[in-house]
Ligand binder design. Sequence first.
Ligand SMILES: *[C@@H]1O[C@H](CO)[C@@H](O)[C@H](O)[C@H]1NC(C)=O
Ligand SMILES: *[C@@H]1O[C@H](CO)[C@@H](O)[C@H](O)[C@H]1NC(C)=O
Length: 401
Amino acid sequence: MVTNGARCVALLLLVCAAARPASAGDGPLLNGNFEYAPDGSQMNGTRVTGPHAIPNWESTGFVEYIDSGTTQGGMVLSVPEGAHAVRLGVDSSVRQHLSVTNGSYYSVTFSAARTCAQSEKLRLSVIPGHDDDAPSELPIQTVYSTSGWDSYSWAFIAAQDGAVTLVIHHADDGVDDPACGPIIDAVAIKTLTIPNPPYSQDRSGGSNNLLRNGGFEEGPYMIPGSAACGVLVPPMDEDAVSPLPGWMVMSYSKAVKYVDVSGTRAVELVAGVEAALVQEVETVPGADCRMEFSVGDAGDGCAAACDDDDANGNGNGMRVTAAAGEASTSVAHCSKGGRWERGVLEFKAVESRTRVVLFSAGYHTRSDGSGTLCGPVVDDVSLGCASSTPPPARRRLLRRR
Ligand SMILES: *[C@@H]1O[C@H](CO)[C@@H](O)[C@H](O)[C@H]1NC(C)=O
Ligand SMILES: *[C@@H]1O[C@H](CO)[C@@H](O)[C@H](O)[C@H]1NC(C)=O
């Protein structure tokens, strides 16, 4: 059976064959898909023994060079891009020098698959980074795709001009098998453009959108042609750099998925109520605000027809909940293909900063029986606020006249 997940992998393979060996600019890192094999004299079996054995990379700890189809511990290892990847054992890393511009924003996209039972965490960092930058931990315990491979994103701001080192580190300890750890492949980079105010809406009219990147047109790198497979945007601390400019993903360990729906970028809410898409904006307390958003589906066979009500009451389609101020609303979507519903939430701003929040009210999997997590897709989020009383500074001016 060819599942959606398998199709995603096949696409990655096709695209890889045509991929340029990118250096500067957006695209795969040098040997980012590990197709250039290590020097055999610096190998012992699958284990990489020399730190500079893999072309363009430096490795530390227990790193293995994996051929697709290799059987290890009774498990056949597959690889998302090309025929090779690396496996990061306990306390191991791969690193590569990148050429960056001070103050610029970059997102890093890579594929990862778990190979061990316990939760696996990857730590991404850039050296040197900002003084207050702690390495970001990306939880990868939830598998979202059928193939077992997921594409993840992470972002950083360059703290200097010139060369920095990107580090992908697997740090879990307390594991008996030092080889135990995730497989990494298809590492790519993209310079992010940070939208400045006024933020116009990306598609449907209105020019006074208070939200940044409300149409999600700016986001992490996607391998061309694989966009339907999506890139996970993991949860992040409030002060972390988001690979989805303007937006935060608030969750304990779950992600949202950055997807391409018929040529437009959008976000698939794949983790139910456990992951929320959040943006904070400045508001005037008491102002009347109107938030609008579109709800659709990624055409990925996400099973949630509105009419075949089942015994569990899951027949109401997918549902996106939006919340802001003290108000919330919920919009249903029946995945019958290609249609978008427009949700509206009117509320009064309570504080000088207001958070708008979007999440999927339910959990969904694809109808192909693969168990792949999916959900409703949101796009074109806008927020406009009108203050009925002029702000204090303006009132003073008016009085003086
Ligand atoms: C290669 O690894 C095996 C198994 O860990 C070890 O016994 C052997 O000594 C290693 N060979 C070299 C040349 O390091
Ligand atoms: C990077 O840019 C910031 C802000 O412009 C500046 O303060 C800092 O000194 C620069 N860092 C380096 C290493 O050039």
